[in-house]
Each structure stands twice: as structure tokens, then as C-alpha cells.
Design a protein around this ligand. Sequence first.
Ligand SMILES: [Zn+2]
Length: 192
Amino acid sequence: MKYCHHCAAPLALRIPEGDEKERFCCPGCDTIFYSNPKNVVGTLPVYQDQVLLCKRAIQPRVGKWTLPAGFMENGESSLDGALRETQEEAGAEVAVSDNSLYTLFNLPAINQVYMFFRAELLSLDFDPGVESLEVALFREAEIPWQEIAFPVVRSTLEHFFADLREQHFPVRMFDVHHGEDRSITTHLISRS
Ligand SMILES: [Zn+2]
């Protein structure tokens, strides 16, 4: 961000009075521009003992498999955003129950929060959107574990198949830490 959205003056990065962090501040109209984490929302679409995955057509991780998910839009709820992304990326019609929230990941290193909702596939008539090369159902033994795009997706899938055996699906929250050696570790912080 270089220029003010309101008066087009060049912005300065400084700590506003009474604040503790540097913000982009406009010397022209005194507007302070805050940058806050983004929410990524998606579903874990399930059909019997299979889950739906999308092969990514876009960067990052082109050709890797993921759950349908994307950035929340202004004016929508997290669940509505997850259902929209599921339609856009997989062309999949799903239904959710009233205990659909399943995993939440805090990723402070990249300023994101991920939320996944469990959903039931209503039809096998799905269709990859422009962001997917392919959409397919996988049983646990068929999951391409070496080809999963993101650790949050891997963790959600691992917990799902373990929970499926117990027929119990608690809500879990994790903190994801990015190490300096590019390692990524996931810590369980809370579960219902
Ligand atoms: Zn301004």
C-alpha cells in the first residue's frame, strides 16, 4: 500500500499515537490503514467413507490436491463462504448439519485463519471450476498423502478419518508454526 485511498497522498509507515504497531498513515487526511488477518473458509465434502478433493489449477501448489476453500468475501458468513467456494471449485452441491464446524487453524506467520466445515455431498455430479484441474472422491487408503497442497488440509483429513472410525467429530483448533528452516508444525490448542 503506497497511496491513500481517500486523498491519494503518499502513505507513511509509523506508529500512531496510543498504538504499539506500525501502520500505514496518511499525512494528508489522517486516515490510518489497518492490516488484519484474512479468513480462509472451506468444506470437507463427504460421501459415505470418501472425501472430495480438488486438484489445484492455480498457484501456489499447482497440481496438488486440496479441500475446496478460499478467502471469505465481505458481507458473507464463514459457512456461506465455505459453501460458495465448494460450488466454485468443485461444482459440488452439499448439505451441512448444525454441528458442521470441524477444524480451525491459526497461521500467525502468514496472517491467516482457516476454517473447515464438514459437509455431506448431495450428488456425485460435481464439476471442476476454473481453479481446479480435477475433482475426485478418495477413500482413506487412496488419499495421495504426498500430493496434498497444504498442512491444514492434511491435518483435517487425518483427523477426519480417525474420527470416522469413532463416529465422533469434535471441533478442534490448532496453531500452525512456521519454523525458520521452513518446517511447519501444527499444535492442537482446543477441542470440544
Ligand atoms: Zn488521505
